[in-house]
Design a protein around this ligand. Structure first.
Ligand code: SF4
Length: 330
């Protein structure tokens, strides 16, 4: 928002590109879960565009992005986040986009030293070189710390009216936001996608291990964001809803996965991923019982439903929490 406003204020026409990878934090989890109801449920990219009065182009890169996640040439960050390769990829896509649409340069909101892997002074030229954008990439918030770019040289942009922010502190940005009258903006802490999240990365790696290969579809990476994931054996796992919103979301997958749902008590909905045997299904039912309102009852009843809609009633004793090994919870 800041970078756009700074450039807009110099009379430049700006349009936004929002790349959709499927790993984005904003949007899904927030929309699915019932808690945090007070926070507006909105698509942040569109909301930002509306605030700035610009056109926003949402570009789906789910399939192309997989190669970035599987094989990042510059490696991963602390988790499965391929931040430097990701930035190179997105700037390259943006370059291709502007070349096709007749725009002159790309701006980003990057700040030198803000992120340990992708926004260091040494990595910024790498993004320019490997994406092919070279000097057509302007970073208005830290431009005065960097080499002059084409729009500055050509006089399209006045370098003196750009900024020299650096480092991890967000205070200068917050001050500028205030000056520009921007009061509401996405929270600056944390990464912009789930790949920076440790527990999400553990789940993703677990899924790859179970499949014996690095592979995912959009539904897979959506489901990794939702519920408790419990793997009692390498060949199957349960995804157990933690609250009503998640239960509703998981219910939408009942024609792709077999599922378990309590009928004797209130309780979560669980999907079964993999190829569980009859014993596994009974074990899964006991685990689901552990998270239900029947957890203290001697027996509970659940419907086991196949993805084709065949239903079998199961009667089991809920699992004692002490009997479930900690390492089953992914
Ligand atoms: S946090 Fe995610 S979206 Fe952001 S640069 Fe890193 S990998 Fe890319």
């Amino acid at each position: 928002m800041l970078a756009t406003r700074v450039v807009q204020d110099q009379g430049v026409h700006v349009e936004g590109i929002n790349f959709y990878t499927g790993f984005c934090v904003e949007g899904h989890t927030h929309a699915i879960r019932k808690r945090d109801r007070s926070r507006p449920k909105r698509n942040n990219a569109l909301w930002v565009a509306e605030q700035l009065g610009i056109k926003m182009h949402i570009v789906d890169i789910v399939d192309e992005y997989k190669q970035v996640v599987f094989n990042p040439g510059y490696g991963y960050g602390a988790n499965l986040n391929p931040c430097l390769d990701c930035k190179i990829f997105m700037v390259k896509k943006a370059r291709e986009w502007i070349e096709k649409k007749g725009f002159d340069f790309v701006i980003t909101g990057e700040v030198v030293g803000q992120r340990p892997k992708s926004q260091r002074k040494q990595t910024m030229p790498i993004v320019q070189r490997d994406s092919g954008i070279e000097d057509r990439l302007l970073r208005p918030l830290c431009a005065r710390n960097l080499t002059e770019t084409l729009p500055e040289r050509e006089g399209w942009i006045d370098r003196d009216r750009l900024y020299n922010f650096s480092g991890r502190s967000r205070k200068p940005q917050m001050t500028l936001a205030k000056e520009l009258g921007l009061q509401d903006y996405a929270q600056p802490a944390g990464g912009c996608c789930f790949l920076t999240d440790r527990s999400y990365s553990v789940r993703l790696q677990d899924m790859w291990n179970a499949r014996g290969e690095r592979r995912y579809e959009l539904d897979d990476i959506m489901l990794l964001k939702v519920g408790r994931h419990i793997r009692p054996a390498p060949h199957f796992k349960l995804i157990v809803s933690r609250e009503e919103g998640e239960g509703n979301f998981l219910r939408g997958y009942r024609n792709q996965y077999s599922s378990l749902e309590l009928t004797s008590h209130g309780g979560p909905l669980a999907l079964l991923d993999g190829v569980p045997s009859t014993d596994d299904i009974n074990l899964a039912a006991r685990i689901v019982g552990r998270y239900s309102q029947g957890r203290d009852s001697p027996r509970i009843t659940l419907d086991f439903r196949t993805s084709r809609g065949q239903i079998t009633a199961l009667h089991v004793a809920p699992m004692n929490p002490d009997d479930m090994p900690d390492d089953w919870l992914i």
